[in-house]
Design a protein around this ligand. Structure first.
Ligand code: NAI
Length: 460
């Protein structure tokens, strides 16, 4: 006898498990289908969380080895214990994925540890032979790394981001294809631990999707740390032994020899093997599931959220969609403001943005007002030895409404939350400039950038 549910969610990443919890909170009987043994999807198992654990540990190692002398702290004999570092990362993942399991129990969500496919509207088939009847199905199947057509992942030399979280020794030369979020984060980890790291990108600056000033500054700062960049370059071939053939921006040939080649050129929606075509579910030209404003696919009763639908592939975007779709299913009004989604790259310094880039704002409004404030003029930043980077605020020329905020600096992953709130509430640069910010904090640089929009920053 098939079990009946109000909602069956396929995929337990941040979009799926959050949707399951919210739907349960709203009184629905929910099943969550997940093939992986642990819940939490890419983000918790092999993405956001383990990479942040490795970024933190590698930062401590690097700082202990090279960064404490100026503080009058002498450290001798700093050694890397990679197995312990990897083990700590694994235990953080275990704790968090276990926590999601507890949340499912607490919310009385039925977890099905199986591969689910959509048989038709109202029916999810599991690979253990079970069938689940569902009033509504929510597909939250996530995404997988994009493979270069001429360099398939062998997971030994040509590796993806999951492999790069668990190298059993520090590579001598890690060649990273893609200077995006994953390339910079994982490149930073292994460079701090002693690898030579070369990052190759077709674009002319790192994190090209973010505000141009961030990429330009990031390149300067990361080069100082020892990362090498080959930009505006086309990768032509990667051999099984790690030889990377590149055509540089000026048309020259360049050969790099890496013992590991990390391909981080983006991710694609995980839409295969789930019966989507058979069920008649339409994909967009870009290969993600087509949805309407309420996350419903072209088939009534089947919804999709997270990385497998349009929009940025970010855990927090998926979480918000998970909440919104559950609320729609309960007859409420869901809400996700796609104009106020923060982006963060967790390098050191961190890079963050929310709202329009300057180029997007100029394209939309013509002229805009820009205020910038450098952390080198911020007392707290200097006291903690983090005077690099800046905050940039973009405001509407006439209304002064904030259009975008972009920052590169220590811990800006936390500061960008203020920007998202200001954008959500449609604040002006003047509002920001008049809000009291505690002294001494690095957030004063944000306020000063707001003041700088009107040419009245105090400390520059
Ligand atoms: P990405 O989209 O951030 O960067 C890919 C880079 O590869 C781009 O700079 C692009 O110009 C370059 N590229 C594409 N094709 C190329 C080629 N053939 N040769 C050379 N360069 C090429 O993608 P990434 O870093 O793989 O991350 C995938 C997704 O995962 C991102 O969309 C991001 O949203 C998400 N993610 C988010 C994180 C965060 O929020 N901190 C951390 C890790 C991933």
């Amino acid at each position: 006898m098939a079990e009946h549910f109000d909602v069956v969610v396929i995929g337990s990443g941040p979009a799926g498990y959050v949707c399951a919890i919210r739907a349960a909170q709203l009184g629905m009987n929910v099943a969550l289908v997940e093939k992986r043994e642990t819940l939490g999807g890419t983000c918790l198992n092999v993405g956001c969380i383990p990479s942040k654990a490795m970024l933190e540990s590698s930062h401590h190692y690097h700082r202990a080895a090279h960064g404490l002398g100026a503080h009058g702290v002498k450290v001798k004999g700093v050694e890397l214990d990679l197995p312990t570092m990897l083990g700590r990362k694994d235990s953080v993942v275990k704790q968090l994925t276990g926590g999601i399991g507890m949340l499912m129990k607490k919310n009385k969500v039925t977890v099905k540890n199986a591969w689910g496919s959509v048989k038709s509207a109202g029916v999810v088939a599991l690979d253990n032979g079970e069938e689940l009847q569902a009033k509504n199905i929510v597909i939250a199947a996530g995404s997988v790394p994009v493979e270069l057509p001429f360099a398939k992942f062998d997971h030994k030399v040509v590796v993806d981001s999951t492999d790069a979280l668990a190298f059993d020794k520090v590579p001598q030369h890690l060649v990273v294809i893609g200077a995006g979020v994953i390339g910079l984060e994982m490149g930073s980890v292994w460079q701090r631990l002693g690898a030579k790291v070369t990052v190759v990108d077709i674009a002319d600056r790192p994190v090209a999707i973010m505000d141009a000033d961030l990429g330009i500054e990031a390149k300067k700062l990361f080069e100082k740390q020892g990362l090498e960049f080959v930009l505006g370059a086309k990768v032509q071939a990667i051999s099984a032994t790690g030889d990377v053939s590149i055509e540089t921006a000026d048309g020259k040939k360049l050969e790099l020899k890496g013992d590991k080649v990390l391909v981080a050129v983006g991710r694609r929606a995980a839409t295969q093997g789930m019966g989507l075509a058979e069920a008649g579910i339409k994909l967009t030209e870009r290969g993600v599931i087509e949805i309407d404003a309420h996350y419903q696919t072209n088939i009534p009763g089947i919804y999709a959220i997270g990385d497998c639908v349009p929009g940025p592939m970010l855990a927090h975007k998926g979480e918000e969609e998970g909440v919104a779709v559950a609320e729609y299913l309960a007859g409420q009004k869901g809400h996700v403001n796609y104009d106020a989604i923060p982006w963060v790259v967790y390098t050191h310094p961190e890079i963050a943005g929310a709202g329009m880039t300057e180029a997007e704002a100029v394209a939309k409004f013509g002229e805009v007002k820009v205020g910038k404030f450098k952390f080198v003029a911020n007392g707290r930043a200097l006291a903690v030895d983090e005077g690099q980077g800046f905050v940039k605020v973009i405001a509407h020329k006439d209304t002064d409404e904030l259009l975008g905020v972009h920052m590169i600096g220590h811990n800006v992953s936390e500061m960008i939350a203020e920007a998202a709130v200001l954008l959500e509430f449609k604040a002006s640069a003047e509002d920001l400039a008049r809000c009291v910010h505690a002294h001494p904090t690095m957030s004063e640089a944000f306020k000063e950038a707001g003041l700088a929009v009107h040419g009245r920053a105090i400390h520059s």
